[in-house]
Design a protein around this ligand. Structure first.
Ligand SMILES: *Cc1c(COP(=O)(O)O)cnc(C)c1O
Length: 381
């Protein structure tokens, strides 16, 4: 028996593995959907000066409500999300994973049910487990490009009567954007809270679902600064919802959960938002290039509205994953048979990925180029 198994740990945690995207020191890291561009020198200088000034009062607890930061996040969403929001409608925590955990602490828990549409973001089920919330699933089908069928969704809600419904748009790991009618129909069908995880909203052609918030007090849209904002190391996630939802989360959050440094750093990052978000177009161009190049190789590729691409289908995706890693390129095996996920990086990183794939899986990567070409020509006719 291992030392862990000998501890009086909660029974439902026995035999479980922690969330584990490998953190490996390889030249090309395309496995956790980060923005490949580092922060600008101006942002770094601003952040350092702000944190330094705030450090003069580090003997005091931070603003427990993080109101100044929430006001800036509300202004950003109002500017880009198609809806006017105030600080009272926004909540922030250390990454959107903490936001999701607080949602489950307030609305899930023992005896309660969360519903997700798989394949989707693995943390939705892991955080459910961690809060002793029963996690149930309804399917997304590969044949439909992993879209959620509104009828299937409404049926799943009727069957499971969930307290929390997780929707994800664009969905990780498939890149699929959600139609507004799925949210509207699920919301109307459930008495629970509906969480739309918009971690990749900035990369999507579809407008943000924030516009559905007015008149829906049980709807929550979660966001993060980890992806488009190039702030994964800063750990700042947030949500927009009715002020009553925020009041519910304030019942379960740890006091002073956002440090002075986190609040100052995030505000500095937001001051440079336009500059940082200019990289989104570069990343989208590489995403579209990956889709084109992989399809030209005869591979199956899911349409993506995010900064990553799901591609396959391989006999053994784990073998292709390892072969890419052997060539210095780390992509993600999300545990979906036959598929791998690659993050759109810089132009150089994308080229390195394509070269490694051609080298690693020449038959599969080349696929049947002729067949792919024939299919494309047939499509044109
Ligand atoms: C990356 C990701 C997050 C972000 O998590 P953080 O804790 O904010 O870094 C949230 N949801 C989805 C679907 C993601 O892919």
């Amino acid at each position: 028996m291992s030392a862990l198994e000998e501890l009086p740990i909660r029974p439902e945690l026995r035999g479980k593995s922690p969330y584990g995207a490998p953190q490996l020191d390889v030249p090309v890291r395309l496995n956790t959907n980060e923005n490949p561009y580092p922060p600008s020198a101006a942002l770094i200088a601003d952040l350092a000066a702000s944190v330094s000034a705030a450090a003069a009062e580090l003997n005091r607890y931070p603003d427990r409500e993080a109101l100044a930061l929430r006001g800036k996040l509300a202004a950003y969403l109002s500017r880009t999300g198609g809806v006017q929001l105030s600080a009272e409608q926004v909540w922030a925590a250390n990454g959107s994973n903490e936001v999701l955990q607080q949602i489950l602490q307030a609305f899930g828990g023992p005896g309660r049910v969360a519903l997700g549409f798989e394949p989707t973001y693995s943390m939705h089920s892991l955080i459910s487990q961690g809060t002793s919330t029963t996690y149930v699933v309804a399917p997304r089908e590969a044949e439909s490009g992993f879209r959620i069928d509104p009828a299937v969704a409404v049926e799943a809600v009727a069957e499971h009567d969930p307290d929390v419904v997780f929707l994800c748009s664009p969905n990780n790991p498939t890149g699929t954007a959600l139609e507004a009618d799925v949210v509207e129909e699920v919301y109307a069908a459930t008495a629970g809270v509906v969480v739309v995880d918009e971690a990749y909203a900035e990369f999507s052609h579809a407008p943000s679902l924030l516009r559905l918030l007015p008149g829906r007090p049980r709807l929550i849209v979660s966001r993060t600064m980890s992806k488009a904002f190039a702030f994964a190391g800063g750990r700042l996630g947030y949500l927009a919802a009715d002020p009553a939802v925020v009041d519910a989360l304030r019942l379960v959050r740890l006091p002073y959960h956002l440090s002075v440094m986190s609040q100052e750093a995030a505000r500095a990052a937001l001051r440079h938002a336009d500059d940082t978000l200019a990289s989104v177009d570069l990343v989208k161009a590489q995403r579209d290039r990956i889709v084109r190049e992989l399809r030209a190789r005869g591979l199956q590729v899911v349409d993506s509205d995010a900064n990553f691409v799901l591609f396959g289908r391989f006999e053994e995706q784990a073998d292709v994953w390892q072969a890419l890693l052997d060539r210095g390129v780390l992509v993600r095996d999300v545990g979906l048979a036959g598929w791998l996920r690659v993050t759109a990086g810089t132009e150089e990183e994308t080229s390195a990925f394509l070269r490694a794939l051609d080298d690693a899986a020449p038959q599969q990567a080349a696929g049947d180029r002729a067949a792919a070409q024939r299919a494309e020509e047939a499509g044109k006719q």
